[in-house]
Write a protein that binds this ligand. Sequence first.
Ligand code: DGJ
Length: 734
Amino acid sequence: MGIVYNEKCRTLTLQTRNTSYQMKIGNLDYLLHLYYGPSVCDADMSYQIRQYDRGFSGNPYESRNERTFSLDAQPQEFSTQQQGDFRTSSIEVVNSDGSYSFHGKVTDYQIQKGKYRLDTLPTVFAREKDTVDTLQITLTDQISKVQVILLYSVFEEADIITRAVRVVNEGTASIRLKKIMSVCLDFLNGLHMDLVSLPGRYGQERQVERQHMTHHIHTIGSVRGSSSHQQNPFVILCDRDATEDHGNCYGFSLMYSGNFLAEAELDQYDQLRLVMGIHPKQFDYELKPQEIFEGPEAVMAFSRDGFTGLSHLYHDFYRTNLCASKYVTEIQRPVLINSWEAAFMDFDDVKLLEIAKAARKMGVDLLVMDDGWFGKREDDNSSLGDWVVNKDKIRCGLDHLVEEINKLGMKFGIWFEPEMVSEDSDLYRAHPEWTMEIPGRRAVRSRNQMALDMSRKEVQDYLITSINQILDNANIFYVKWDINRSLADIWSNVLPAERQGEVYHRYILGLYRVMDGIIKTHPDILFEGCSGGGGRYDPAMLHYYPQYWVSDNNHPIDRLKLHYGTSFVYPVSTMGAHISDSGKLVPLRTKAVVAMCGTFGYELDATHLTEEEQKLCKEQSELFQKYYPLIFKGDYYRLTNPFEPGNMTAWQHVSKDRNEALLSVVVTNLTCNGPQEYIRAKGLIPDVMYSVNGSKEAHSGSALMNAGIPIEREVPEYTAFQFHLKKQEQTVNA
Ligand code: DGJ
């Protein structure tokens, strides 16, 4: 059993293959956090806690003259409010009498087999073969009768623990929730820990930053209405000396696509607290008696094997337990060509067919018609919301165009931006009240578009019906689901003034309902997420889409950093990566090698390529198909850090049985008369001989990992190398 209650010491221990997590129903029934890290056998880890009389740290009334028990200095499982703990709180409630207070004490716990579910939000799931147990602990405030139910599922083999939270108003009057975190994790000493996050911007998403914990609250979050380009709902807390291959690393990944917050606080006693959940900015949620609020799920992992160890845990888990689409595991994904950078909105049916015909010669299986096919859209000033085919552009009709593409032996894909509306659209003219606009004010435009009020049921129903109508009336194989602005003017015309603080979250709930109504009802369609590139690349989105467009920045050298940062938590199989015209000095083959660190495809006008280029592309498409199992199912290793000075960026995919590997290198900087450089492989079997690129040359895993592979230096700028390593029958000493 992955969860054990020890009656004698009142501890609850969550056990995965390699980790233990322990909490204790402690003094006065407060729930204390005792441990998270490598597996330990002790039933009670509370011996670590020392209590002192700490000046200015309050003591609960019930502890009377006992001045050493203070919640300000105790490690807590879910930090509460106004109880003498002045560190960052996990919850803020305004009770019906106007008081700000929640005193939660344990009133119940239950251990069950299987994975919990949330009624309103996406979660990871357990497969039949997974051993998963769930713990549910109830903290009750005896005065307000508000309950906080903490949910934990323990995925034993995967070394993953998920957490979520439910707030239930068991009182007789309404309360208001102002803050509710999904995770609270206290460390008894965090002075020598670092915080790693994935900040970025449009075109440069998920760059990696690492900072030492100092005595203040480090906050990472988004208030843009989406998980955003600027931050990602994923953080790592690690030892100061943790590296790619060694050291303790804790990962926290939040399954939420809206505003989020992670706070890491190093307190006066060097204790560290990490909380993570929905961002409290403009969050004010009314809960009437008996109503329930669910906070999003957080996926936690621990590895003592550095960032690589942690990434592997997330990659393996997110590849199998996050998205139920058959394209995740069962069906090989096609090589696609997307019309965006080929033609932007300047295309018609004839142009698309020309691109498709040229692309077919390049080994492309799928043509994607991007933005510009609907309403009267010629530029980004009109038609969002009018999901009807523009007959001036697609004169032959969508179904006929798809048939023509299918006749070429190719599949067809289409683009939508469901959440948005243009002022110049039939939808806006018919339903201006469906747009998020504060009465009496003109809404902020971004790309000259506005956001629909996704919290409204009519809006959700309209989108489900109009988009499904397109999908059901032509042989559509693929959908790219885009969103191209951050939210402002947060307002819903159907909510009263005092409930406008619910709109940010209700928008996200509405979005998930629309995604359920379109994506889950079309299991045969391959969906790709996009947000002006990779602006909403989060696990909740990846619950719906098997793949996500990493960035609008297709420059292959920038992509090295984009793929590197994204790979800290998200598997390569989710990363949309294409060859485009961007990067004029970079050879086509190098672009292909970079795009093979993802779903591989093209983002260019195939009719402009020479026959020789088309032939090269065909070879690359075939190579991608050949290496697909290795890239999509193998272990991914970052071999160099492109943010550090160096002349090469390298990465590697290794099959699970370690019999085969693909090691890729891009020379990013040529130094005149420079030294010979070597790339060391990882993850191979030391005493096995591996052939290199099918030649007679073979080296042992130990040589390849310790001495490395010499990288030819007399090469043109931005040359790429791929080394395909394959296990030989020959033994090391033969
Ligand atoms: C932003 C996306 O990232 C692009 O790939 C393209 O789909 C445009 N939107 C279309 O408007």
